[in-house]
Design a protein around this ligand. Structure first.
Ligand code: Q9C
Ligand code: ZN
Length: 371
């Protein structure tokens, strides 16, 4: 399988994130993508290539141009405003109750992006878990180009392509970044596929977290079906979206399918959910599926609470490929660094119909024990 990767992600070299008001070691670090690249290179069955530049057009096809412009200048703005922080995080977020009683028209007219960069980050941001550093914008643009180049490979005839996107994307909405995500790589890819093929496109989101951004972008769209398996938002980020009764509206009514799972969800729970998700995708016409692939469903993931093992990723990849549709597979989350490479190798080999040949992953045994 062809893999698209760019070292541009290395510029998003974050070391800490904010969690409930405290600085903690960052989860979404550069080592993640390097582990996956190294594992795929050592497999011998993958060819890694660089993305090509696709410009602003595909980004503003799904994102507010204001978000693009903010992310482009946020770092230099922070410096220009004399704020000597190691990373940019918001000061104040516009909680929806701040505007209670105001008509939607009044909110649109009166509430605007401030000039203070801590206010601007609150205006465009969802949470404090997406620290922005000097190289973030270039890295996020690189991840978009990785996704779009994977789309190009499939449109040129490949059955499947894997985009090693970093930073990830599925929490980023039309006019919002957050949850380690800046641009929604999968949504941008799906939109490009709709435009190129004229067909309906499905997005299968297998990250541990609900892809609130992708859901938001296609909420009213009848041409893109979003199907997601994730932790119940009652107990996990993003908390405010991801429930079963979110089915879409207007042309999109019935096109949004959320499958929330309990804490401790097992391989069997996950395979049952996968089959339901695949049934929903098989029910709509179309020849391409964008997969938002996360390994934070893994049993040892530091921020997830499912119990999946490496071998199940091989089976999930196999079942997704058995849909018989072309696949654009894009990396989202997954934070247990020692096993990321093996989990990716297992999934992608499954999707190609190749057997999995487990290798010890950096001293971590198949049961998760650390040597
Ligand atoms: N204690 C993705 O997986 N909250 N994003 C983390 C950790 C933010 C996850 C809290 C999680 C965002 C792409
Ligand atoms: Zn996640």
């Amino acid at each position: 399988m062809q893999v698209v990767y760019t070292p541009a992600h290395l510029g998003h070299d974050i070391t800490v994130e904010t969690f409930m008001g405290l600085s903690v070691p960052a989860n979404e670090v550069a080592e993640r993508a390097e582990r996956i690249r190294a594992a795929l290179e050592s497999d011998g069955g993958f060819t890694v290539s660089a993305p090509t530049e696709h410009g602003d057009g595909p980004i503003t096809a799904v994102h507010d141009v204001g978000l693009l412009r903010f992310l482009e200048v946020a770092w230099s703005e922070m410096r220009a405003q004399g704020i000597p922080r190691a990373f940019l995080a918001a000061d104040t977020y516009p909680n929806r109750s701040m505007f209670e009683g105001m008509s939607p028209e009044a909110v649109a007219r009166l509430v605007r992006e401030p000039s203070h960069v801590g206010g601007r980050a609150g205006f465009w941001g969802l949470d404090s878990a997406a620290p922005l550093v000097a190289g973030t914008y270039v890295a996020a643009r690189g991840a978009v180009d990785v996704a779009l180049t994977a789309v190009d490979l499939v449109l040129a005839g490949a059955d499947a392509a894997y985009g090693l996107c970093r930073p990830p994307g599925h929490h980023a909405a039309r006019a919002m970044y957050g949850g380690y995500c800046f641009f929604n790589n999968a949504a941008i890819a799906a939109q490009a596929l709709v435009e190129a093929t004229g067909e309906r496109v499905a997005i299968l989101d297998l990250d541990f977290h609900h892809g609130n951004g992708t859901q938001q972008i296609f909420w009213r769209r009848g041409d893109v079906r979003y199907v997601s398996i994730h932790a119940d938002p009652d107990r996990q980020y993003p908390y405010f979206l991801g429930r079963v009764d979110e089915i879409g509206e207007g042309d999109g009514a019935g096109e949004n399918v959320n499958i929330p799972l309990r804490a401790g969800a097992t391989n069997d729970d996950y395979l049952a959910a996968t089959d339901r998700a695949l049934e929903s995708i098989a029910a709509v016409p179309g020849s391409v599926v964008v997969v938002s692939l996360g390994f934070d469903t893994y049993g040892l993931d530091p921020i997830g609470d499912f119990a999946l093992t490496t071998d199940i990723y091989h089976e999930v990849g196999r079942r997704v490929a058995a849909l018989g549709r072309r696949l654009i597979i894009l990396q989202e989350g997954g934070y247990h660094r020692p096993t990321l490479g093996e989990n990716a190798r297992a999934w992608l080999r499954g999707a190609e119909g190749r057997p999995f040949d487990p290798r010890p992953a950096s001293g971590v045994g198949p049961d998760g024990s650390v040597a």
